[in-house]
Design a protein around this ligand. Sequence first.
Ligand code: FRU
Length: 448
Amino acid sequence: MTRPKLHFTPTKNWMNDPNGFIYYKGEYHLFYQHFPYDTKWGTMHWGHKISKDLVHWEDKGIALYPSKDFDRNGCFSGSAIEIDGKMYLYYTAIAYDQLNPDNIHVTGNKIIASQAMLISDDGIHFDNDKKQMIIPVFQEDQIGHPNNTRDPKVWKEKDTYYMVLGSQYEDKSVHEMRGEILVYTSHDGVCWDYQNRLINTDFDSNMWECPDLFKIGDQYVLIMSPENTIKDGTNYPSHAMISLVGFNPDTCEITMNNDMYFLDYGLDVYAPQTTLDKDHRRVVINWLRMPCPSEDLEWNGVYTFPRVVTIKNNRIYFSVHPEIEKQFSQSVSQFTLTNAMKISVDVKEGSRLDIGGYKIWIEDQKVHIDRQDVFVREAKLFNNDTKVGTKFSTPTLQDGCHLDIYVDTQVIEIYVNYGEYVLSNVVYGMKEYLKYENITDLVMFEAK
Ligand code: FRU
């Protein structure tokens, strides 16, 4: 198998953030940041695939591409909603202030960002001539950054449409850039008014990307991808975080305590996006960053399984979406790499697993993993020398430890204690064996 069987990948070339994830007229639509000409990041388009079940995806080609002066250098991340049967796509329009003489697909200096939208009658045809700008580039004295304001996520509550945008501002007291979220409202999904902003000076990040604010029951949850929070030089510096927050729909005030958690402790996850599935469950899908193209050199970028997000006792849990979970109904005794596998196992202090070179063990009441033997030596995400870590662990577990481990081509996802924590990793060169010690209960399932 050269491609994951159940994980979402681009048919060819580069993919980063999930965009416009929506259940629309009986089908799931998943758009994605896409560079169609190479396995590395460049001028952003929106790729588009649709699915009836979140398992089988049909490639619908490119939905958004640069076509206006304001988005001449790219269509950055954004979201989708349905209004009166039409699909509304919101995205960040990018123009470069200078071209890079060696590569027109990356900026020569600054990006100039405005927010734009496109209405599609059917979610299949996207007339790129009909794009319209909805929030122009910010001027110096305005709230919001002219270059780094992006990733509109739109939702509806009662009769109002809401939008959160990631942005940055200068904290003049320390002359440092800091992340912020801007909140807008609209009565028709087209004309937008600024309402409020969230800043948090305790939280050390210079830009907050891809915010997503949603409700589970009566509880609001905020996901975002703050840049440059880990500064030790051993891993990607930026990571997706999740937190329970307060939100006042009248004033658009977001209240944040400082309990932000990694959305995934494997630390490859970035830029998650949520939507409601056909049964109104909150589902998140996440980009797993890949420092090099796939083993077959055809594609770069993979998403985690769609995960259902729930809250129990004030804690956030993730579980594999039931449509994916039901693929693993057949129990088997032989481990194979020719199909996606699930390994369910109770582990204790001293338990160890080695899945084709990917090592998992329990020590000091934490799950630890080491992917050193199934990873690339040189990591070049975004063509720079970003360091990518190989060893990860969960926070301390309270009682006992059950693992559900999903193994697919180049991807491993580990759900600890039924989703209290999840660790997901991209791997390269995994071998076809499973070894374990200090483990008595282990069951395996192979995908249908
Ligand atoms: C996050 C991100 C977004 C941006 C997009 C560009 O990975 O940087 O903030 O819209 O990727 O591809």
